[in-house]
Ligand binder design. Structure first.
Ligand code: SF4
Length: 434
C-alpha cells in the first residue's frame, strides 16, 4: 500500500514520523509524498500549536478530497490528549496513542463500516522507542535521545501527552549515530523534550547511572561525524561542565537554544519554572565568555496570566540587555488540564499580540546584530541539496543561515566560506572557498 506522512510541530515529532515511516517501508509499504495520491495518510499531530484541531481537520479534508477511499491515521500529542475528540472528526479512521504509534502496522485492518478505531494508551506506561531519528530527507538528522518530562510548568501539556522523562541507552544512541554517519549524515541534532534531564537509572538502586554530560562525551567520539547540535536545553540543566565541554569540542557546534519564557521573576514563579532571571543571565554570560561567537536562541511566552505592562517591560529590557541572537515568541494560550488555566487576571488578545509584535521586532534586531558580527570572516558551512532559484542554502556551525550561488559541488558538503553581506535580514550571502 502507498503511505504518506505529515508532521505537525517539533523536531521530536519529525524524528518520530521518520522512524514510523521506516517501519512501514520495512513491512513492504511504499512511502509517497503527502501531496500525492495515497492509500493511507498518517498525520503526526501537535498539542502546542494553536488551532491544532483546525489544522488537523483541514488536512483530513484535503486528503479525503484527493482520495475519498483513503484511510486517515492520527498519532502524536494531540491524538494522545484528545483521542475521542479526534475520532469524532469526519474522515478519521484510526487514532493511535503514544506507546502504540511505533506499531501502527498491527492496526491496519480498516473496516469501512466500523466507526473510527481508537487505540489509546496509558501515558504513564510508555516506553522509549530506541530508533527514532530522521534520515533521507535532510542533510541533518534529528536523533531522539530523551522523551517525556517530569517538570510541572503550569502552562504545559507535554508531560500529559508524552509521559514521564525517559531516555535511550548510550550504546543504542551511539549505534544510531554511527548508522547515520554511514548513510552520509553530516550533522546530528540531539533531540528530546527535556534533554538536559537525560539519564538512565539503575533499576536496583534507582540511582542515576548516566547523565547528559556523559552522553555528549560519548557522541564526541563518533568517528567521521562532522557536527553535533544540542536542540534545546533548560537553563537550570545547562551546567558549566556542558558549556565548557562544547567550547572545547570540535564536533559540538557553538549554538544553544535555551528557553527563558519570561524575564520577570514573578511570572517565572507562576509558571513554576525552575530558575530565576539571575541564573539565566549567568548562563548567557558564561557561554559568551567561552564562546564569543556562539549563537543563542531563546523561547519566550507573552501574555501569561498576571503579566502586567511592567512585567512585560522587564522581559523586554532583560532580553534587550542580553547577548542573545534570536527569539522564538509564543503567545500564551490556555490548555485543558493545566494549572495555569485556573489563574485569574488573564491578558487580552490585543495586548498579547502587541507584546508579541514588540518581541518579534527585538528578535529581528538581535539577529541582525549577530549576523553583522559574523561578516567578513570565514566559517564552515554545511550546505543542503536543493536548488532554490539558483542558490543553495546552508548553516554555519554557529547557526547563521547562508546562501551561495548554486553549485552541485556544494551539495551536502561542509565547506569553509567567507560571509559577505546580509540579504533581507534573513540570510547571509557567502563565497565558498573551494
Ligand atoms: S520543562 Fe516545562 S515546558 Fe518543557 S516540557 Fe517540561 S513541563 Fe513542558
Amino acid at each position: 500500500m502507498k503511505v504518506a506522512f505529515k508532521t505537525l510541530g517539533c523536531k521530536l515529532n519529525y524524528s518520530e514520523t521518520s522512524a514510523i515511516s521506516r517501519e512501514f517501508t520495512k513491512n513492504g509499504h511504499q512511502k509517497v509524498s503527502f501531496d500525492e495520491l495515497s492509500d493511507i495518510y498518517v498525520i503526526n499531530t501537535c498539542s502546542v500549536t494553536q488551532n491544532a484541531d483546525k489544522e488537523f481537520k483541514y488536512l483530513v479534508n484535503k486528503v479525503k478530497r484527493k482520495n475519498p477511499k483513503s484511510s486517515v491515521i492520527a498519532i502524536g500529542c494531540y491524538a494522545q490528549l484528545k483521542p475521542n475528540k479526534i475520532s469524532n472528526i469526519k474522515g478519521v479512521d484510526l487514532v493511535v496513542g503514544a506507546d502504540k504509534k511505533f506499531e501502527i502496522s498491527n492496526y491496519l485492518d480498516f473496516s469501512k463500516n466500523d466507526s473510527t478505531k481508537v487505540h489509546s494508551c496509558e501515558i504513564n506506561s510508555v516506553n522509549f522507542f530506541k530508533n527514532s531519528f530522521s534520515i533521507g530527507d535532510r542533510t541533518r538528522s534529528f536523533l531522539k535521545v530523551q522523551d517525556g518530562c517530569d517538570y510541572k510548568c503550569t502552562y504545559c501539556t507535554i508531560p500529559l501527552a508524552r509521559g514521564k522523562s525517559r531516555s535511550g541507552k548510550i550504546e543504542d544512541l551511539i549505534s544510531n549515530a554511527e548508522y547515520l554517519v554511514s548513510n552520509g549524515i553530516k550533522e546530528i541534532v540531539l533531540t528530546g523534550v527535556n534533554i538536559g534531564d537525560y539519564g538512565i537509572y539503575d533499576p536496583d538502586s534507582n540511582q542515576r547511572e548516566t547523565n547528559f554530560f556523559k552522553l555528549i562525551k560519548e557522541f564526541n567520539k563518533v568517528k567521521m561525524l562532522d557536527r553535533v547540535r544540542i536542540s534545546s536545553i533548560e537553563p537550570n540543566l545547562l551546567t558549566d561542565d556542558i558549556i565548557s565541554f562544547v567550547s572545547n569540542s570540535k564536533m559540538f557546534v557553538n549554538h544553544f537554544h535555551i528557553p527563558l519564557q519570561s524575564g520577570s521573576d514573578k511570572i517565572l514563579n507562576l509558571m513554576k519554572r525552575r530558575y530565576l532571571t539571575s541564573l539565566y543571565s549567568s548562563r548567557i554570560k558564561k557561554i559568551k565568555e567561552l564562546m564569543p561567537d556562539c549563537c543563542i536562541g531563546v523561547d519566550v511566552i507573552v501574555g501569561f496570566p498576571n503579566e502586567s505592562d511592567e512585567d512585560f517591560m522587564q522581559t523586554f529590557n532583560f532580553l534587550s540587555d542580553l547577548d542573545i541572537s534570536y527569539l522564538h515568541v509564543f503567545s500564551y494560550s490556555e490548555r485543558d488540564n493545566t494549572e495555569s488555566i485556573k489563574l485569574t487576571n488573564k491578558v487580552s488578545k490585543t495586548i498579547k499580540s502587541q507584546r508579541s509584535k514588540s518581541l518579534r521586532a527585538l528578535s529581528s534586531k538581535k539577529k541582525n546584530i549577530f549576523y553583522k558580527k559574523n561578516l567578513k570572516i570565514i566559517r564552515p558551512v554545511l550546505f543542503e541539496s536543493k536548488n532554490n532559484d539558483g542558490y543553495i542554502f546552508g548553516y554555519t556551525d554557529n547557526y547563521v543561515r547562508v546562501k551561495a550561488l548554486w553549485s552541485k559541488n556544494l551539495i551536502d558538503k561542509v565547506v569553509n566560506c567567507k560571509l559577505i553581506d546580509i540579504s533581507n535580514n534573513e540570510m547571509v550571502n557567502v563565497i565558498p572557498l573551494i
